[in-house]
Design a protein around this ligand. Sequence first.
Ligand code: HPA
Length: 276
Amino acid sequence: MQQLQDATDYLIQQTNSFVPAYGIILGTGLGALVNEIDIQYSIPYHEIPHFPVSTVESHSGKLIFGQLADRPVVVMQGRFHYYEGYSMEQVVFPVRVMKMLGIQKLLVSNAAGGLNPEFNTSDLMIITDHINLQPTNPLIGPNKNVLGPRFPDMSEVYDENMISQAKQIAAANQLPVKTGVYVSVPGPMLETKAEYRYLTLIGADAVGMSTVPEIIAARHMDLPCFAVSVITDLCVPGKIQKVVISDILAAAATAEPNLTLLIKELIKLQSPPIAK
Ligand code: HPA
């Protein structure tokens, strides 16, 4: 808790007490939303006390404060994955700090493999529920009662309101948007064909290596959450190809304008713009 407070205090001081209303986490190859932000402060992770530092090349590692469609946001450009060797507490450290800075809602994106045969590369999938197959989770250990309860409810993890608003935005803009269940696996290796089959059988529509730890920490703190996957490769028998990170980044890049539009329009529906 002291480390969380140190990081929060540092950011309050560095940003002249900027209070973000929304926290946004951008996934692999999905950083372009930042170009839409009227940036006021950009703080590299390595300058923030106790913050983990990104190791994945495609993540640039900054906390960005500014206005998105005239709403105050804090954006994580680059996130932390369990497979990088961080503890789950480190993975969710930034989410807890964003909450302590004042965010009221959390919006998350990720790159994921498509298990549902209806999905195409570069589709967006609004996450309606998840399955946690990570080997551990950020709430293990003594409960931090000031953050949330020992046994947080998980019966409605993803905010129904934001889901239905996002569906309407997608329909109005003819975006290729699906809905489905996201399964989070530790990685970093991709799945075998048998594992893809297994993940499909247990009820998942997309698979990735992130998001669920952050969402668990956010729900522990009772933050309403919205999350969306960008389908970067297909994991359906007959469509499975050798995955190369450059293909994943290319598919993410194709979907990026749609993701940016969706998040921006969704933010606009959450609150009126700040007075200028
Ligand atoms: N599996 C796991 N994680 C992923 C995938 C996948 O197929 N694609 C993008 N992230």
